[in-house]
Design a protein around this ligand. Structure first.
Ligand SMILES: NC(=O)c1ccc[n+]([C@@H]2O[C@H](COP(=O)([O-])OP(=O)(O)OC[C@H]3O[C@@H](n4cnc5c(N)ncnc54)[C@H](O)[C@@H]3O)[C@@H](O)[C@H]2O)c1
Length: 297
């Protein structure tokens, strides 16, 4: 595990011990669990007490399940919990060695957060984003440490998916990339390196496929169940595209497609109109308990 420390204009690597996670949604909670299991001290920031309490309750529930399945013993469960602290004050992240934000996929919200983190965190703290598509360089340039900003893109669910994309912005230093790679590797993930371009590797390839599945459905070419069954049975995919969109979240998926379209102006990335309508209707997938599927029963 390594962290770059500024010595004059040089950087050298020291150990990352404390990781801050900002955002209490699907990804923030998952990454916090992964990091705590890897032995890091984790400071988890939610904007509200309810969000902070929910994150700890969710973590407790997940760890108990793992004890029941024999994957963890009770001592490990309690040691992991002891390493995690949920807070609402962003200032509590000041002493973190690495902060990974995982808030809503909205560039203005993320840029504001980077400005706040830059002001509050120590000079040597690395600031990372879990964005799926947004330009990392724009977040970096809103800080006074653009060399110490990168993307660390986990996949959903973070506890299960083996991949992390480490994203290098034009401004990112080699030491920051090395630290990000070490962190993701220590979390048990396989790391791929990618340049700061919308969608990186996975979402640049995945989202035209998901978007076209929605267009097929909307055009009445096949039913929801048949589209999902076709891709599972015909391509051996573990989930159908509509099930996967519900897992990702339709609001996040729409934001990803909008960012991809903004970057490339490729019609394959232009969000299917029905996707936008579903987001307006707050049919966001599993997180709102209704999307392409109904999870309310
Ligand atoms: N859902 C996925 O499959 C997936 C996978 C990989 C990466 N990501 C990325 O992770 C990030 C979070 O996605 P998610 O799926 O966890 O979303 P989510 O909707 O589950 O959670 C978003 C969180 O951001 C918080 N939030 C909203 N506006 C905020 C603001 N202005 N300041 C601070 N917090 C704010 C919300 O309260 C919520 O807790 C996004 O950048 C997304 O692209 C998502």
């Amino acid at each position: 595990m390594a962290k770059g420390l500024r010595v004059g204009s040089e950087l050298r690597q020291i150990e990352v011990k404390t990781v801050g996670i900002v955002g209490s949604g699907i990804m923030g909670s998952g990454v916090a669990e992964v990091a705590a299991k890897a032995g890091y001290t984790v400071v988890l920031r939610s904007r509200t007490d309810a969000g902070a309490n929910d994150m700890i309750a969710g973590l407790e529930k997940s760890l108990i399940k793992q004890v029941e399945k024999g994957k963890l013993d009770d001592g490990e469960r309690s040691a992991i919990l002891d390493r995690v602290r949920a807070v609402t004050d962003l200032g509590e992240l000041a002493t973190c060695d690495l902060v990974l934000e995982s808030i809503v996929e909205d560039l203005d919200a993320k840029k504001q957060l980077f400005r706040d983190l830059d002001r509050l965190c120590g000079d040597d703290t690395i600031l990372a984003t879990n964005t799926s598509t947004l330009p990392v360089v724009e977040m970096a340039m809103d800080t006074g440490r653009p060399d110490r900003v990168c993307g660390i893109h986990f996949f959903n669910p973070a506890t299960l998916m083996p991949l992390v994309e480490v994203v290098r912005a034009i401004t990112t230093s080699d030491e920051t990339i090395a630290t990000a790679r070490d962190f993701a590797t220590a979390c048990g993930k396989t790391v791929v390196d990618v340049r700061d371009q919308a969608g990186f590797i996975v979402n640049a390839l995945l989202f035209p496929y998901l978007n076209n599945a929605v267009k097929l459905l909307d055009a009445g070419v096949a039913s929801r169940d048949d589209i999902d069954a076709a891709m599972k049975g015909g391509c051996n995919f573990p989930m159908g595209p509509l099930e996967l969109l519900d897992l990702v979240g339709l609001d996040t998926s729409l934001a990803i497609l909008e960012a991809l379209y903004e970057e490339f102006k490729d019609p394959n990335y232009a969000p299917a109109p029905i996707l936008r309508r579903m987001v307006s209707a707050e049919r966001l997938g599993r997180k709102s308990r209704i999307g392409f599927y109904d999870y309310r029963k």
